[in-house]
Design a protein around this ligand. Structure first.
Ligand code: FES
Ligand code: FES
Length: 867
């Protein structure tokens, strides 16, 4: 046994134990987060003898006589200061990285009480944050340093809850201090642990599964396979195309490496891997289809019953693109290629199931919609949905990667069959393989303009690799196509898109939802046309930018709530005054649109003298609880202390749809406004809150749009669009020196939160442009968390975010529009434009080669398409 101290208390434990497991599982100090268990993310940072250290890489053997301090061991003053500083700076989004950030900051400030900016960045370089883009975390450290050094009392918070004021996030303090509850922080009495045995090959027939040796292990409780699924063995985010096997059954063929063959349930978490190795699976190994071309080839085996392995096909035609291109003064045509990329949210997937009532199950989850989880798990179990009770806990980032089932169905199944609580937690390695990625796409874009530079037509062919299962591959392809022509005022398009099943990991929703890919192609072609015409990249965008009353290429008439021209005007001087800069302007829908049912719902109730805001809308880091708090404060004229934003619960909170498509501020914001208005009406009629105790007020907003292919000259495809223009400035070596961004997201509810989301999106976009990759070899992912190419604080440039508005605001949700997805879209094309300015080379592949960030390829393979 090794003896040492944790937060001043003497403790001892077995020398082979990892410090992180000892802290979390033995001492229940769950503020130390498990983001990767590979030493790559910094979420587990603690102090060992005063120095920042990663708890996941230490075994207790190295800690004899040492002093360990965790986030729980901060002094009361430090807790107050860090909670204040991180909240005030807007540094907290999903929050999963924040306790680790605080511990790295403490290590710095204990040694260097007044650090400079470079020292702060250096101190945080081992801590990944996927949400914030680091700027606000660095600001929080500066604020904390000032307060700790001066010893001053914490300033009273001056920010109110009015729209446009930066009310401190309602969950900032609990997340900063590690007290907020993520699913893996929950430990229930008698809880079992389960883990799926994954496929050994991306494509292989499962001949036989023999679990006898596993079942003989003393810790093993059960091994479940397809035979044990009481309901439907298929799941799938879209009910009409549920094609994803809960388990691959004997006789069936695997479709990717993340397929589940069996679920092993153990009394002890630590013996799961050992038991999984005892499950014997005989395979007939088959050659995987690893590209859309191979999958569509004549005679290729079918992954699903879909001709040529084609999941979805879109063909958008308006006007006569061929004739318009033929008549154009200038035409450019290029092929673009973008890879799979990984969400890399900080919190690996985790769910807990436990029996509830006679034959029901209660699930603790961290997904993007509790009602999707309820629907899919109930169908798998063959139960009525009401029997599956889902409660959403804190979500440590999602970005689209937590829309599909990953662990929820397995936790539900094991708990329901065994009538015991069961936790399923993915290791980081599993998470990287299992959940859907951003689509790799191959794109041919031909774009024309007239002598003045006015766009005339776009012809595009887009082929996306949608991997093993449908997930959201169809809608992603559709958004890629509907947005391919950009926010520009022209009407001739011929866009042909195909999503193809392969034996690669499935691809689905990921921030940008297909538009990051096609924007990269469209915006580069626009730069090529600008050069032919003799316009600057800024000028050609300003010339073509849609204004209210114009018609988007998809046929929708642009409403007054459009500030694209204003975005471009805002960054004009930044672009023109920079020596080496690139620019991009783009747009992204808020809401599902295209005629799909899309509803926001909220119940406002008076309970215990407070106003409860009850909606299932998941906060995956964007700050939804704070947004609806501010909306309710505005509507009711009450202070934020009177509001309680409840977490999602299928028994308490009405369905407000999935957190996707930048929709929640708009849809749930409006539903909250409507519900709160009903309460307001009662208050205005003279009732007091105490007289209204126990009353509930229901608000619902249905966004009505026209379906794809609607027989209308100007269909309303989406209820709203956000617009943005970004300028990326490079130094002479090609290093990103600064990013300036102007965003039209209508009425900004909370500027700090919005800035933080945009900064995080930009940094994600810089990664997409320059460093991030998810390489595959014969369907086998090669990446680890530490090799994904995620940006760190030391690499992140200064960012300047500005908000602009169009001439009018929508009355819905006080004019708010989402920006979560948009924030990642314009960055990669702006970087490409800047590099083109730097060295004259057009980079048509991501991540870009031959940059400050990636060495040039050998000459034979280099992309040297000069203009
Ligand atoms: S959990 Fe330790 S570095 Fe990621
Ligand atoms: S707030 Fe840093 S990872 Fe989410």
């Amino acid at each position: 046994m090794i003896s040492f101290t944790v937060n001043g208390q003497a403790v001892s434990g077995g020398e082979e134990l990892k410090l992180m497991d000892f802290l979390r599982e033995e001492l229940h100090l769950t503020g130390t987060k498990d983001g990767c268990a590979q030493g790559a993310c910094g979420a587990c940072t603690v102090l060992v003898d005063g120095k920042a250290a990663r708890a996941c890489v230490f075994t207790l053997a190295k800690l004899a006589g040492k002093r360990v301090v965790t986030i729980e061991g901060l002094s009361p003053r430090e807790k107050d200061v860090y909670a204040y500083a991180f909240g005030k700076a807007g540094a907290v989004q999903c929050g999963f990285c924040i306790p680790g950030m605080v511990m790295s900051a403490k290590a710095l400030l204990d040694a260097v009480p007044a650090p400079n900016d470079a020292e702060i960045k250096k101190a945080l370089r081992g801590n990944i944050c996927r949400c914030t883009g680091y700027a606000k975390i660095e600001e929080a450290v500066r604020v904390a340093a000032g307060l700790l050094q001066s010893g001053e009392a914490l300033p009273a918070d001056a920010a109110g809850a009015a729209l446009g004021e930066s009310l401190v996030r309602v969950d900032a303090a609990e997340k900063t201090l590690g007290a907020g509850v993520y699913v893996d922080d929950i430990d229930l009495p008698g809880m079992l642990h389960a883990s799926a045995l994954r496929a050994a090959h991306p494509r292989a027939r499962v001949l036989k599964i023999d679990a006898s040796a596993a079942l003989a292990h003393p810790d093993c409780v059960a091994v479940f396979t397809a035979k044990d699924v009481p309901g439907n063995n298929k799941i799938g985010h879209l009910a009409f195309i549920s094609d994803w096997d809960v388990f691959i059954a004997e006789g069936d063929v695997t479709r990717y490496l993340g397929d589940s063959i069996a679920l092993v349930v153990s009394r002890e978490k630590r013996s799961l891997d050992e038991i999984k190795k005892l499950v014997r699976v005989d395979y007939e190994v088959l050659k995987p289809l690893i590209s859309p071309a191979a999958a569509m080839a004549e005679g290729a085996p079918l992954l699903h019953a879909k001709e040529r392995n084609i999941l979805a096909h879109e063909h958008l035609i308006r006007g006569d693109a061929e004739a318009a291109l033929a008549a154009s003064a200038h035409v450019v045509s290029r092929h673009y290629s973008v890879p799979f990329t990984e969400h890399a949210f900080m919190e690996p997937e985790c769910a807990i199931g436990q029996p509830e009532g006679e034959d029901g199950v209660l699930l603790y989850t961290a997904g993007q919609s509790i009602y999707d989880e309820q629907r899919e798990c109930a169908r798998m179990l063959g139960l009525e949905p009401e029997k599956v009770h889902v409660q959403g806990k804190l979500v440590g980032g999602g970005f689209g990667g937590k829309e599909d089932m990953s662990v929820q169905h397995h936790a539900a199944l094991a708990a329901w069959l065994l009538k015991k609580p069961v936790k399923v937690l993915l290791s980081r390695a599993e998470s990287l393989v299992v959940h859907p990625k951003r689509h790799a796409m191959e794109m041919d874009f031909t774009t024309g303009c007239n002598e003045e530079g006015r766009l005339t037509a776009l012809r595009a062919v887009v082929v996306s690799d949608t991997g093993a299962y449908a997930s959201l591959g169809g809608p992603v392809l559709q958004r890629a196509c509907t947005h391919a022509a950009g926010p520009y005022n022209f009407q001739c398009i011929d866009i042909d898109g195909t999503a193809v099943y392969t034996n690669n990991p499935p691809a689905g929703a990921f921030r940008g939802f297909g538009v990051c890919q096609t924007a990269f192609a469209m915006e580069q072609n626009l730069n090529l046309l600008a050069e032919k015409v003799g316009l600057s990249p800024w000028a050609i965008r300003r010339l073509n930018a849609v204004r209210p009353g114009d018609v988007l290429p998809n046929g929708q008439i642009v409403d007054e709530n459009c500030g694209l021209a204003e975005c471009l005007d805002s960054v004009k001087a930044d672009y023109e005054n920079a020596k080496i800069a690139g620019i991009s302007s783009f747009f992204k829908n808020s809401g599902l649109g295209v005629g799909l049912p899309d509803t926001g719902r909220c119940i406002v109730s008076v309970e215990g003298g407070k106003v409860h805001l009850r909606t299932s809308a998941a906060c995956i880091g964007q700050g939804l609880a704070t947004v609806i708090t501010q909306v309710a404060c505005k509507t009711l004229g009450l202070p934020p202390e009177m509001m309680v934003a409840e977490p999602p619960d299928t028994r308490r909170t009405p369905s407000s749809g999935t957190t996707t498509a930048s929709r929640q501020s708009f849809f749930t914001g409006e539903a909250t406004r409507r519900a709160a208005q009903l309460l307001r009406d009662e208050l205005d009629a003279g009732k007091s809150l105490s007289e209204l105790e126990g009353r509930e007020f229901f608000g619902e907003y249905l966004g009505e749009t026209d379906p794809m292919g609607a027989d209308k000259p100007n269909p309303v495809s989406h209820v709203a669009y956000g617009y943005a223009a970004e300028v990326v400035i490079l130094d002479e070596a090609g290093k990103v020196e600064k990013v300036v961004a102007a965003y039209d997201m209508g009425q900004v509810i909370n500027p700090k939160a919005a800035e933080g989301q945009i900064e995080g999106g930009i940094v994600m976009g810089l990664g997409y442009a320059l460093t991030e990759d998810y390489p595959l070899e014969n369907g086998v992912p090669l990446a680890k968390y530490g090799t994904l190419g995620l940006w760190r604080a030391t690499e992140t440039p200064p960012m300047e975010i500005r908000f602009v508005q169009g001439p009018g605001l929508s009355p819905i949700a006080y004019g708010a529009k989402g920006c979560g997805e948009l924030a990642t879209i314009p960055t990669a094309p702006a970087v490409a434009g800047a590099y083109h300015k730097l060295d004259g080379k057009l980079r048509t592949k991501l991540p870009m080669e031959d940059t400050f960030y990636r060495k040039p390829k050998p000459p034979a393979q280099a992309e040297t398409d000069c203009l």
